[in-house]
Design a protein around this ligand. Structure first.
Ligand code: SF4
Length: 473
């Protein structure tokens, strides 16, 4: 499962904004590893440097030194809509003359195709296959004069998830959709404002946290200071997977530090799915905190049974077949001396397609583990995500096709326990109604009919109950 992007923006006449953006993107690398880009403006023109690869691969001293001016926005990308090609990298610059913007986006627009057709008929041209260009053209097409009103105009038409940083020649804007699906926060460096997907980026550049940008909020930053505008919201739908997996454990979302929330998920799993065992481990790194929480609650020792190669990034060198067959072994290496003959609880964040978990179980068995008891921090994922997470089609989701005992057999574990929705909410410690839980429940927070129709044509699920199990608001 992949998140789609990390975004960052800074307005600072005093700082080297490109360098600051580079280090912030470095901290947001976990949100997207396909491409990275930074755009700046000196008030007259935009400069852009973006390419395929990790942040540290894309930029060097030379490229950063060419990005000048007091405003910068940056992006690290994992593609959900729009293929992984150089043409689709972000930030992108759209428009002409004074009616132009640079934009970077985290999320996914559900009605992008409809808006694309409409804008195309009005004469707007598209260079890319991304929904980000649809958002940009929608803003530019607005009849309003002020940029804030143009952004508002677009917000009234957009359905879906969008956290945005937008740069005009004189202002920086941070925008969060009315549902608040993806996170966005604001901080301050020496009195100048920065905007980031996650608070961990603020920490890395020495910025003080100011606030989370509210669902439906537009923050405008310019020479005259900071202004905020709030659009009406009908329902909040913060993505619960930011807590389980996507965001870094040292980030704060909705006022909650994620590390203890993940520990609480593990503890709750121990309450809901106890088992006689000798040891507990978390699949590194995302389930380590939950593993510790399980071990503590169950009064069992915690061990690091698998070591992760932390330097495995996305590579564009294709492995040969023999290496590919090793699969998960490239990423994880077991410690047989710690594991041999043990009854082991293995805590993981989620099971999506069910392709990785059997490899992990197999690796552990080959290392001599006697019993493998899988415990999962997420409830079964039965519905696809339309809001910026590249999960799978419904047909590919293992829990949409198989019962829990069948999933257990498929992954080769001795037992399998998923955290309940109630248990997950309790662990996060925030009201249930602020969350999107649609991948567990099918209760989407906004209409996704067009997307679902397309998906149904491609991948009709097996039973009537599954086909009509999707609810909408
Ligand atoms: S459907 Fe699932 S992954 Fe997608 S936004 Fe909702 S909770 Fe997050």
């Amino acid at each position: 499962m992949h998140e789609c992007c990390g975004i960052f923006g800074v307005y600072s006449p005093n700082e080297d904004v490109a360098r600051l953006t580079f280090f912030a993107l470095f901290a947001l690398q976990h949100r997207g590893q396909e491409s990275a880009g930074i755009a700046t403006t000196d008030g007259r023109k935009f400069q852009l440097f973006a390419d395929m690869g990790l942040v540290s691969q894309v930029f060097d001293e030379d490229s950063l030194s060419q990005l000048t001016g007091p405003i910068a926005i940056g992006h690290s990308r994992y593609s959900t809509r729009g293929s992984s090609r150089k043409i689709n990298v972000q930030p992108m610059i759209v428009g002409k003359g004074s009616n132009s913007i640079a934009i970077a986006h985290n999320g996914n627009i559900v009605n992008a195709e409809h808006l694309h057709e409409e804008l195309y008929e009005q004469g707007y041209s598209f260079r890319t296959s991304t929904d980000t260009e649809v958002i940009a053209n929608l803003i530019i097409s607005s009849p309003e004069r002020e940029w804030v009103d143009k952004i508002r105009y677009a917000m009234h038409r957009l359905q879906g998830a969008y956290s945005l940083v937008i740069m005009t020649k004189h202002n920086l804007f941070g925008v969060r959709d009315p549902w608040g699906v993806r996170p966005l926060c604001m901080g301050s460096v020496n009195g100048d404002r920065v905007i980031a997907s996650e608070t961990c980026a603020l920490d890395h550049i020495g910025a003080d946290f100011i606030k989370e940008i509210e669902p439906g909020e537009i923050v405008s930053i310019g020479a005259n200071g900071v202004d905020s505008y709030l659009e009406e919201t009908s329902r909040r739908a913060s993505c619960i997977f930011e807590y389980i997996y996507f965001a870094r454990p040292d980030s704060v979302i909705n006022g909650k530090l994620l590390y203890p929330a993940r520990q609480a998920m593990g503890a709750q799993l121990a309450v809901e799915h106890p088992v006689d065992a000798d040891l507990v481990m978390g699949v590194p790194d995302s389930a380590t905190a939950a593993g510790i929480g399980y071990a503590r609650e169950a009064n069992l020792p915690f061990c690091e049974g698998l070591l992760k190669n932390r330097y495995v990034g996305r590579t564009f060198i294709e492995p040969d077949q023999r290496i590919r067959d090793l699969g998960v072994k490239l990423k994880f290496n077991p410690l047989p001396q710690m594991l041999e003959g043990k009854r082991l609880v293995v805590v993981d964040d989620s099971i999506v397609r069910g392709t990785t978990t059997p490899k992990v179980v197999n690796l552990l068995r080959r290392a001599g583990v006697k019993e493998v008891h899988m415990r999962i921090c997420a409830p079964p994922i039965r519905y696809p995500c339309f809001f910026g997470v590249d999960m799978a089609t419904r047909q590919e989701l293992i829990a949409a096709r198989k019962s829990i005992p069948k999933v257990r057999d498929f992954i080769g574990a001795d037992s399998l326990g998923y955290l309940s929705i109630g248990g997950l909410i309790k662990a996060v410690g925030l009201p249930k109604d602020i969350f999107c839980l649609a991948c567990f429940t099918g209760d989407y927070p906004m209409p996704v009919q067009l997307e679902m129709d397309k998906l149904a044509l491609e991948t009709l699920p097996a039973t009537g109950e599954q086909r009509f199990g999707i609810k909408q608001r």
